[in-house]
Design a binder for this molecule. Structure first.
Ligand code: NDP
Length: 403
């Protein structure tokens, strides 16, 4: 049915192409391209062994717009799935416009020298994609991604309004390492060391990073400390659901993780400002990344479960007054490893990337323009989550979130 070019052979890219190969009726031709071709070839070998499907591979620097456009044309792809880093988003969007194909990613653009999480750069492509008759889907991972589709599903089927929303991201997994991030360390540390920000009564409320915490009892995981953080979907949710009075994002971290990040931050190792080292300019955070474990090597070691979801309160569709729902997925690290050779954090991102790509290829998400996930019809996406390893549950709660 569809021909895709996937860019990025990291943890998420690996899961994405394995799951595409398992849906060969939708993904009839898959090419995986990345900065280092040997990583694509290793993934292609695993895909062949696990599914019997052959995928093509290529070397590509996605910052090179002409080279990316040429590869798109050479492969005949109709959709580019960007699973590289947020720094490449705009270059890949430019290449899609140049080659005349659709685009999908899982993380918003960030300039490499500024840890700014804003959609303004990608939203500025709205007219270009519209005029070209092409579709760009932003943030089709888990958060952003599934958590935004959950909100839209609640608004379509359960609530007339979403007045309060909390996104709760819990990783109850343990990889046995004293300190390791579960996706790209540079991107992860930029995110967690940024000031916390949430949306309340028409304004952003800012607080220092990792200072507001709450102990929450997560389904299938148990009690964990979750910390208030800024996350990019808060900006798009409050824009597309203007009735929202409060939107917050929470992520769990163990004490050891918090202690390590605090020390690394205090000594300047998380900085993205260049420093001179033995006559050469280096970025401390990039150096730190090179000594930390590679998240794609942690699959075999990681045990436990993730539980990610939304608690949303709004005016009920079926009765007078407000109702509160908790909608979430539970994912098991070891089961993911057995299925595709990756831990649950890469799995919970790569599967929705595949399902979002399937929506474009099936023609369900075909409106020209640049769209965030909560702007798109959620029903087939939600059905595919149930069929492709990320089943979800929705429960009515007795009361709104009290934290
Ligand atoms: P990795 O660092 O494991 O993988 C990124 C891949 O992109 C690597 O293979 C890297 O190549 C490749 N790459 C980097 N720069 C270029 C370039 N210029 N040209 C071509 N390829 C390039 O990251 P993850 O797999 O952990 O994450 C992938 C994306 O998913 C990130 O954008 C991340 O922010 C996002 N994400 C989204 C989540 C969500 O829920 N929405 C959750 C987790 C991640 P090389 O191997 O040579 O370095």
């Amino acid at each position: 049915m569809g021909n895709v070019l996937v860019i990025g052979a990291g943890g998420v890219g690996s899961v994405g192409v394995h799951k595409m190969a398992m849906n060969a009726d939708i993904f009839s031709k898959i090419t995986l391209a990345s900065r280092r071709k040997f990583k694509c070839d290793e993934i292609a070998k695993s895909v062949k062994e696990r599914t019997g499907v052959e995928i093509a591979t290529a070397e590509l620097d996605a910052m090179d717009v002409d080279a990316t456009a040429a590869l798109i044309k050479e492969t005949g792809a109709e959709l580019v799935v960007n699973l590289a880093l947020p720094y490449q988003d705009l270059a890949i969007m430019d290449a899609c416009l140049k080659a005349g194909v659709n685009y999908l990613d899982t993380a918003n653009y960030e300039p490499e020298d500024e840890a700014k999480f804003e959609y303004k750069w990608q939203w500025a492509y709205q007219d270009k994609f519209k005029e070209a008759g092409l579709t760009a889907i932003l943030g089709s991972g888990f958060d952003p991604g599934v958590t935004s589709a959950y909100a839209t599903w609640l608004k379509k089927h359960k609530l007339n309004t979403i007045d309060y929303i909390d996104i709760l991201d819990c990783n109850g997994g343990d990889n046995g390492k004293p300190f390791a991030t579960n996706f790209n360390p540079e991107i992860n540390i930029r995110e967690v060391t940024a000031p916390a920000r949430h949306w309340e009564n028409g304004d952003w409320v800012e607080s220092p990073a990792m200072t507001t915490k709450y102990k929450f009892d997560f389904p299938a995981v148990g009690e964990k400390n979750m910390y208030l953080m800024y996350h990019e979907e808060l900006e798009s949710l409050k824009t597309h659901f203007p009735e929202i009075k409060r939107a917050r994002f929470w992520m769990t971290f163990g004490d050891a993780y918090i202690n390590h990040v605090t020390v690394l931050q205090n000594v300047g190792m998380t900085s993205i400002e260049p420093v001179m080292h033995e006559g050469k300019e280096i970025i401390p955070l990039q150096f730190l990344k090179s000594v930390l474990p590679d998240p794609s090597d942690l699959g075999e070691l990681t045990k436990g479960k993730t539980c990610i979801g939304d608690i949303a309160t709004g005016e009920s569709k079926d009765s007078a007054g407000q109702k509160t729902y908790y909608i979430y997925n539970i994912c098991d690290h070891e089961e993911c490893y057995d299925e595709v050779g990756s831990q649950a954090v890469a799995y919970t991102t790569g599967v929705p990337a595949m399902i979002g790509a399937a929506q474009v290829l099936k023609g369900n998400w075909a409106e020209p323009g640049v769209w965030n996930m909560e702007q798109l019809d959620p029903d087939d996406f939600m059905d595919m989550l149930n069929l492709n390893g990320l089943p979800w549950e929705v429960h009515e709660l007795d009361a709104p979130a009290n934290f």
